[in-house]
Ligand binder design. Structure first.
Ligand SMILES: Nc1ncnc2c1ncn2[C@@H]1O[C@H](COP(=O)(O)OP(=O)(O)OP(=O)(O)O)[C@@H](O)[C@H]1O
Length: 306
């Protein structure tokens, strides 16, 4: 279990993390979401004892990480995949880590196999692609077979097959009863993997809830309707109090209606003899809910200064 309590980190005038409190429980994947600069990496670095907090605490299974002897058996992490010395082979690098953490040598072969790098074990890390470095970082996290795993933007550099693999791996690790905490600035990466979300913006907690609850928050239901006579349909539904917009896709005759159910729109159309070619209820996506909730905390807006 991960416990972050009233955590604050300031760098001079910049407050990277501001009074953050949350708990990450074992048994499911928890997504750690926030726009660029929200404070995710800082929080993960504090959890791993790599950065000192200004105030507050961040513990793993009730202890500060640096107080855990043989840390890799307590928690495994992928932070910056580039952060590995390039001169050694993947096998030598993992073997050295295994030795210093009291981990049996056979784990090196097991984790290399697990991440698909068995055939590259003797190659120098310096020659690895970004995707291979990510896989090596994941192998490092798994080396000590730890109950707690932290991954900072793990899908960067992975190809679609790699992304699918890593999602399956996270779900499996969680199903084994581990605590799996995965950061991302993209909601789409989390929606098929995580069950729970911690969302932050400008170092502060925005949401701590299940993916289903999060999706329901920003959600407005709308109905997409396509008709050869959009003007007549708009008049009829507006008379019932609904609002009508041309569909965002710009497709001809396609309207988005907010404030009436699909069934009611169907009834009205039938009553007024308006032909409907399409009628579908839409729920805003998780990505839209995420954008709505974090809109005020985005650090860099394209084309605007703040
Ligand atoms: N070592 C540092 N010195 C000064 N400021 C820092 C340092 N590390 C982070 N910051 C600042 O703290 C804030 C949070 O950064 P952090 O890297 O934790 O965010 P993040 O959510 O991980 O973002 P990203 O998705 O871009 O990696 C940013 O404004 C960043 O510029």
């Amino acid at each position: 279990m991960i416990e972050v309590n009233e955590l604050t980190k300031r760098y001079g005038k910049t407050t990277a993390v501001n009074g953050l409190t949350f708990t990450v429980r074992p048994g499911h994947v928890t997504g750690f979401l926030g726009p660029n600069g929200a404070g995710k990496s800082t929080t993960l670095r504090i959890l791993l004892g790599l950065t000192e907090p200004t105030s507050g605490t961040a513990t793993i299974d009730g202890h500060l990480f640096r107080d855990h002897p043989r840390g890799l058996r307590r928690a495994g992490a992928l932070l910056d995949a580039h952060d590995v010395h390039g001169g050694r082979s993947a096998g030598a690098y993992l073997s050295a880590l295994a030795r210093s953490n009291g981990i049996p040598r056979r784990r090196v072969d097991e984790v290399l196999e697990e991440v698909g790098l068995a055939s590259a074990a003797r190659r120098r890390i310096g020659g690895f692609s970004l995707g291979m470095k990510q896989r090596l970082g994941i192998a490092t996290a798994l080396l000590g077979d730890p109950p707690v795993l932290l991954f900072d933007e793990p899908v960067n550099g992975l190809d679609p097959e790699g992304v699918r693999w890593v999602r399956g791996l996270f779900r499996r690790l969680a199903a084994e009863g581990r605590t799996v905490f995965v950061s991302s600035h993209l909601m789409s990466e989390m929606q098929n993997t995580a069950e729970h979300l911690i969302v932050i913006g400008r170092g502060e907690l925005i949401a701590d809830e299940s993916v289903a609850e999060f999706a329901a928050r920003g959600t407005r239901q709308s109905v997409a309707v396509r008709t050869p006579d959009p003007t007549a349909l708009a008049a009829v539904v507006e008379a019932e109090g609904a609002s009508v917009q041309p569909d965002a896709s710009g497709a001809e005759g396609l309207l988005t209606v907010i404030g009436l159910s699909a069934a009611r729109i169907g009834e009205l159309a039938s009553h007024h003899r308006i032909v409907l070619l399409e009628l579908a209820t839409r729920t805003s996506s998780l990505e839209e809910a995420f954008m709505e909730l974090t809109a005020d905390s985005v650090e860099y807006l394209a084309g605007e200064s703040r």
